[in-house]
Design a protein around this ligand. Structure first.
Ligand code: ZN
Length: 380
């Protein structure tokens, strides 16, 4: 999820209190769906309609598919919220949707309910569209209407089934994990096994893809390999993330922060900062203070965006990133939350550990990973 959260896209708006983001990759799928519906599916299944009608049907069906996927994701978020899990937003990307959350469900039951509601929603939508199609066919509704509702019944059924594949981190994999978790009473082992199954499915799908390629089905083959590769990769990283999370659970920021990073005076010329700090010391970014008051953070990136000839005439204060909420943690925060903050924002190379407006220390990904490495070497 750390990687997923760094995806780029645009904000669509808020639905039911959840922020909806669209990743650029979703637009590729949207276009492909319209193209394949208007160009192939509708003309083949319902011949005799004009090309313009096919395209309009394609657009409407794609929008309704989008709404269906959104409903699936929204239901995950609604149930998660009932269990007190804070959902930052929903991102739709190439393989559907992803609810952004820093937290994991606390009990197997919560996990089961949060996961299973997605496919259930898809199945319910499929059933509704199927019912509408049957009624429409009986009542003699226009062909384009029943063509669209029929397609939505099928595609939502496929969505529900694909998501129930028991490969973590798909919904089905989460359902599997919740079962293993309840049985083994051990989240780490449950995740490991669910992740193995997920990787297995991924490789299996890639294998099928290769067979399809050999058989001459190029697009279908590549598509399967792509999905399989993605599935195997996310199954692996999801497990690593749980390990990371476990290693950091209960570790307070004060245990991993450094207190020996020098604070730079805001009036220091950039030139001096480069010579005396960036070139001479190991740190890539530093807290900045003005009149004993912490102002923000400055790093290599900020210096690089300033033309070389202006280094002499610019002060560090002028290129400092002012303090924002995302740059701040407190001493008793969880190190895991700090890591999430560091991973979410690519500009924050260092977080400020603040207590009552005073700088207590700073923390970087390196600090956190060093602790994890040490813990692993010690086997604790
Ligand atoms: Zn889902």
């Amino acid at each position: 999820m750390i990687k997923v959260m760094a995806m780029r896209g645009f904000r669509l708006g808020k639905v039911a209190g959840f922020e909806i983001n669209i990743d650029w990759s979703w637009l590729i799928i949207f276009t492909l769906v319209i193209y394949s519906l208007a160009g192939f599916y509708f003309p083949r299944v319902y011949p005799g309609l004009s090309s313009a009608t096919n395209w309009i049907m394609g657009v409407i069906a794609a929008i309704l598919l989008f709404v269906s996927v959104l409903a699936h994701e929204l239901m995950h978020s609604v149930v998660a919220k009932q269990y007190g899990i804070d959902i930052k937003g929903i991102t739709l990307f190439i393989f559907g949707g992803m609810s952004q959350t820093g937290a994991e469900p606390g009990t197997p039951k919560a996990e089961f309910n949060m996961a299973v509601i997605g496919p259930v929603t898809s199945f319910v939508i499929a059933a509704v569209f199927y019912g509408v199609t049957v009624v429409g066919n009986g009542a003699g509704w226009p062909v384009p209407v029943v063509a669209i509702t029929g397609y939505l019944a099928v595609i939502n059924l496929i969505l529900g089934i694909f998501n129930m594949v028991p490969g973590f981190p798909l919904d089905g994999g989460r359902v599997l994990r919740s079962g293993l978790w309840a049985w083994l009473d051990n989240l780490e082992r449950a995740t490991r096994y669910a992740s193995y199954v997920g990787q297995g499915f991924g490789y299996l799908l890639m294998g099928f893809g290769f067979f399809n390629l050999l058989g001459g089905a190029l697009i279908g083959g590549f598509w399967m390999i792509f999905i399989g590769w993605f599935l195997a990769g996310s199954a692996r990283t999801s497990y690593e993330q749980v390990l990371l999370r476990q290693a950091l659970s209960g570790v307070e920021v004060s245990r991993v922060m450094t207190t020996d990073v020098p604070v730079i005076e805001a009036r220091t010329p950039v030139d001096d900062f480069v010579q005396n700090y960036l070139m001479r010391r190991e740190y890539a970014c530093y807290p900045v203070a003005e009149n004993e008051q912490v102002k923000g953070i400055v790093g290599i990136g900020d210096v690089r965006s300033l033309p070389r000839e202006q280094w002499q005439f610019t002060t560090v204060g002028e290129i400092t990133h002012p303090i924002e909420e995302e740059m701040r943690v407190s001493k008793d925060d969880d190190a895991w939350d700090a890591l999430l903050k560091l991973a979410t924002d690519e500009n924050s190379c260092r977080l400020l550990v603040m207590q009552n407006g005073n700088l207590e220390g700073t923390i970087t990904q390196d600090n956190i990973f060093r602790l994890i490495r040490t813990k692993m070497q010690l086997g604790v």
